[in-house]
Design a protein around this ligand. Structure first.
Ligand SMILES: O=C(O)CCC(=O)C(=O)O
Ligand SMILES: [Fe+2]
Length: 373
């Protein structure tokens, strides 16, 4: 798929030829921790030697961005939508759509934007009913239960109501910051959901933003030697320290074919076939790198009626826990993989074969309702 919002060409060979390194830490070579003689240093020298350099680079980037935005606006004109990217690499706010009655053209454009941007956002959708929220999800995929395939007792509502598809995430005193940790949803399951559509019924006046990080960029930015070590390797995921399932660490996205880094500190317990101490050390190093690169992330501020729709296969998220005791009431619809063969995460090896993680979760466990943990 054509990438409309190229990260301003900075990750391209053309951008590297002229020495521009642009401050984006999106290649392993450019990461200052791994190559301190790279970006910042190279730029500083160049700017001292050539005072027009910075201005030229800035103009080139601006021209390129303008072209990109014009192309995107034109492409979306037929569905009447406008877009506001939140960062060069991830996230876009989409305007000009009513989620209660989207057209087919809008549904198609929203899906394409989701594949490209990993997470898309909408404003002013507080009028939609729970049924319309679920119906909007059904435009894209099968809607699952609160945890995808599994029933859940929702936070703030300990009995399933008339909408078992809706997961209520209402911050309350015992659990004010339920999702304030990095994760991709439900990776403790052998069939994690494709994505989610989260609607704010009540937002705090300040705080409670959600941060998203691009899992393709996380994978791309690893050192090639580390990538080779991790490709085809699996990690064990589970909830509350309980081992349940092995997933590939490098996950191939079933639709775009891109590779994503698929471990997270909330549900990943260990790396398979490694000594426990070595596995913990490597996971800690990965997390330190994954979550310390703002260039791979975008941050969304919520208002009542704001919506985020994300692809669990290509991004991770973190609800910032800085709003309590203000109210924050979110409702989520969870999307399942449309194709059975894509339900279990896989890595596409060099011969084009899908390598799945070893499945440890029992069928009984999958069908047992669980509480939030
Ligand atoms: O409340 C949020 O911003 C995110 C909650 C979350 O992690 C989820 O709905 O999966
Ligand atoms: Fe989540």
């Amino acid at each position: 798929m054509e990438e409309i919002f190229q990260p301003r060409g900075m990750n391209r060979s053309q951008a590297r030829k002229d020495g521009w390194v642009g401050g984006r830490a999106d290649t392993w070579r450019g990461h200052w921790q791994e190559n301190p003689a790279s970006r910042a240093g190279a730029d500083a020298h160049r700017m001292v030697d050539d005072e027009t350099y910075a201005a030229d680079v800035a103009r080139t980037i601006r021209d390129r961005d303008t072209e990109v935005f014009r192309a995107k606006e034109a492409a979306l004109a037929s569905s009447g939508m406008k877009v506001e990217p939140l960062s060069p690499g991830i996230g876009v706010i989409i305007y000009g759509i009513d989620l209660a009655s989207p057209t087919d053209a809008q549904v198609e454009d929203v899906w394409n934007l989701l594949m490209e941007r990993k997470v898309v956002f909408f404003r002013d959708q507080g009028h939609i009913t729970r049924d319309q929220h679920i119906e909007f999800g059904r435009c894209f995929a099968k809607v699952g239960l609160a945890f995808g395939r599994q029933q859940a007792l929702s936070a703030g509502n300990d009995s399933p109501d008339e909408h078992p598809e809706i997961l209520k995430l209402y911050a309350d005193e015992p659990r004010p910051f339920a999702a304030s940790n990095w994760h991709s949803d439900v990776t403790w399951s052998n069939r994690p959901p494709l994505g989610s559509i989260l609607l704010s019924r009540k937002s705090p006046p300040i705080g409670g933003d959600t941060v998203f990080v691009d899992a393709f960029a996380l994978w791309d930015s690893l050192n090639p030697v580390l990538k080779e070590f991790l490709e085809g390797r699996r990690a064990i995921h589970g909830r509350a320290g309980k081992d349940e399932v092995a997933h590939p660490i490098c996950r191939t996205h079933p639709e775009t074919g891109r590779q994503a880094l698929y471990v997270n500190p909330t549900f990943t317990n260990s790396i398979c076939d490694m000594e426990p101490a070595e596995s913990s050390k490597l996971l800690a190093q990965l997390y330190a790198k994954m979550y310390s690169t703002p260039e791979h992330a975008c941050r969304f501020r919520w208002f009542d009626g704001s919506v985020a729709m994300w692809d669990n296969r290509s991004c991770q998220h973190y609800a910032v826990g800085d709003f309590w005791p203000h109210e924050r009431k979110m409702e989520r619809v969870t999307l399942l993989e449309p194709k059975v063969e894509d339900e279990v995460p896989f890595w596409l090896d060099g011969d084009g074969n899908r390598q799945y993680g070893e499945l440890l979760t029992s069928e009984e466990e999958i069908s047992t309702p669980i509480g939030m943990s």
